[in-house]
Design a protein around this ligand. Structure first.
Ligand code: KG4
Ligand code: ZN
Length: 352
């Protein structure tokens, strides 16, 4: 069965063509094509995503991106047998563009529409990347620009929230610290690059809740600690000169080490608390090399199987919407009246 998947939750306009088993057959689909049009350049000067700019860029990009996904897959529009779209959570204006395109195509083609949760999709990237292995049941960590949440995942569409951040998401902390250090946007990749030249033990930054038996995260104190170390206690005073490169590298490395310690520590706790034998990780921060290495080492030490998708499946993309095959199998077809659900909506808590 050929499915067209559309993803416009934030600042990437993405479409993919997936080929999967026709229900009631089950299994992970193959990715025939996956196209991602980033909007980084449009938002960089603002140091973060501007929702209105994102929505307008999606309008310009959505049809060419869908066309390109079909072309690369060698599939004609008329061959598409289902349309999947991420309808939550995300920026409302951005989501509406993807949903409108998906509804129009589903209606015109007379094929089922499947609504997908972006967070379930991030975790499903683990199954997509390892089609021959059993990923579920597992502990799932979504670690992105908007989310840092741990789930008990009994299956691809059965996620129960175990705990999450009480303030900033980990990716958001990377972005804010990059901005403090004058490194630009998006922050994750550039902080990682700069951190390679720094000493991760140069500064002992806070690791919130690490020693507590509680599946919660907090990254806003860490961000403030970086700010005070950079500018002194009077952080409102703008610094006269740009900080020396060696200081920036040490701050980046020490910050990254604190985030990695906390993320890995909480995954270990979740694995021990649930007794689940597998860990799946999704979201943009899972592209971070230091995090991937530390997570792998922890899982080996715990005797747990780790699933971390390749980089292209960690950051936002439409291929991960392959979770829609599990939804189709469960009879979860959306009607054409459905709406988007913006904001920080949690999977497993919403009607489909
Ligand atoms: O999953 P994603 O593409 O979009 C959301 O759903 O939010 O994640 C984007 C986030 C950004 O905050 C970005 O800075 C972070 O992922 N990120 C990284 C890396 N690559 C992207 N964080 C740390 N290291 C990276 N290499
Ligand atoms: Zn995402």
């Amino acid at each position: 069965m050929l499915m067209l998947a559309i993803e416009t939750t934030c600042e990437e306009t993405a479409a993919a063509v997936l080929e999967g088993p026709r229900p009631p057959d089950v299994g992970a689909p193959a990715v025939r094509s996956s196209v991602v049009a980033s909007q980084f350049d449009l938002h960089a000067r603002y140091g973060g995503v501007v929702p209105e700019i994102a929505a307008r860029a999606h309008i310009r990009q959505i049809l060419p991106v869908i066309d390109e996904a079909l072309r690369r897959a060698g599939v004609a529009l008329g061959e598409i047998e289902a349309v999947a779209v991420a309808t939550r959570p995300g920026l409302v204006g951005a989501l509406i563009v993807g949903l409108t395109a998906a509804k129009s195509l589903a209606l015109a083609l007379g094929v089922p529409l499947v609504a997908v949760d972006h967070l379930e999709a991030h975790l499903y990237a683990c199954q997509l990347a390892h089609p021959d292995r059993q990923v579920y049941p597992c502990v799932g960590l979504v670690v992105s620009g908007g989310h840092t949440s741990l789930y008990r995942c009994e299956g691809p569409i059965e996620a129960e929230l175990l705990g999450g951040t009480i303030d900033d998401a980990a990716g958001e902390a990377f972005d804010k610290v990059a901005s403090l250090l004058g490194l630009g946007y998006p922050g994750g990749p550039v902080v990682e690059r700069v951190a390679r030249d720094g000493n991760p033990a140069a500064f002992a930054f806070p690791r919130s809740f690490l020693r507590e038996e509680r599946l919660a995260f907090s990254f806003s104190g860490l961000k403030t600690a970086v700010l005070y170390t950079l500018r002194g206690q009077d952080a409102s005073r703008p610094s006269a000169d740009p900080p020396p490169a060696s200081l920036v590298a040490d701050l980046a490395a020490s910050f990254q080490a604190a985030v990695v310690d906390v993320l890995v520590g909480k995954c270990r706790q979740a694995l021990r608390m649930t007794g689940l034998p597998r860990l799946g990780v999704g979201g943009g921060v899972a592209a971070n090399g230091a995090f991937r290495e530390a997570l792998d080492a922890m899982c080996r030490a715990e005797g747990v199987e780790a699933f971390i998708p390749p980089l292209s499946l960690c950051t936002d993309n439409a291929a991960m919407l392959g979770v829609a095959f599990a939804k189709l199998d469960a009879g979860q077809v959306a009607d054409l009246e459905i709406d988007v659900q913006g904001g920080l909506v949690r999977p497993g808590r919403q009607p489909s």
